[in-house]
Every structure is written in structure tokens, then in C-alpha cells.
Design a protein. Sequence first.
Length: 139
Amino acid sequence: MEPAVLEQSEKSPRITATIVTLLGRILLGQVFFLAGINKLIDPARTIKLIESHGIPFPTFCCFAAAALELVGSLALVLDIKSRWIALALAAFVIVATSIFHWDFSKDINVHFFRKDLAITGGLLLAAHFYSRQNTSWWR
């Protein structure tokens, strides 16, 4: 009877870890998925915003950002190359935040800046977690 109890106690941490990491990937991924969808629903708004910051090729940038957010979020949730996706999304957030939320004279930008830093921190933790837990080169 003891081996069955031992087997169950060994499975429990693995199941918990699987559920927690899946939930974390879903929570991070949904932010990017919804942002990508919003860019596709109203690209003119996003293109106008990009143009207002003097960024070249605003139409290309709009659709490239939407593609990165959609593909990246799905890959993160589905655990496909999660470490690399997390790093790519973290870099994207840092670049986007430094361009669009740097004007601290507007209170909303302070809020967005801090939120984006927190998201970047979560993505960096995810990248680190996957580099330590999964030894496959593609993770």
C-alpha cells in the first residue's frame, strides 16, 4: 500500500507544476493575443498612432506587431519554443514601451510603463524558467 501512496505523492507536484505553468502562459499570452486582434480589427488607428511617433513604414509596423503578438501568444500558450518566444515578446514590449509610453507628463503613460515593465518581468521569468526546466535546445 505504501508504494501507491508514494507514486501519488510524486505525481502531485508534477501535475501542480503543469497546471501553474499553463495558467501562467495563458495569462501572459492573452495580453498579446488581444492586442494583436485589436490591431487587426482597427489597423487605421494603430497606423495613425505609429505615424504620430515618426516611425517609418507604419503600415508594415502595424501588421508586423500584430503578427508577432498573435503568433507569439499562441506559441507561448501552446508551449512551442517558449523560452525564445518569451524573450522576443519581452524585447518587443521594451521597444514599444520606450516609444509609446515615455511621456510621463501623462499619468496614463506612467501606469502603462509600469504595467509593461511587470509584463516584461514575467516574460523574463518565463524565459529563465524554461531555460532551467527544459534542456531541449528548442525550448
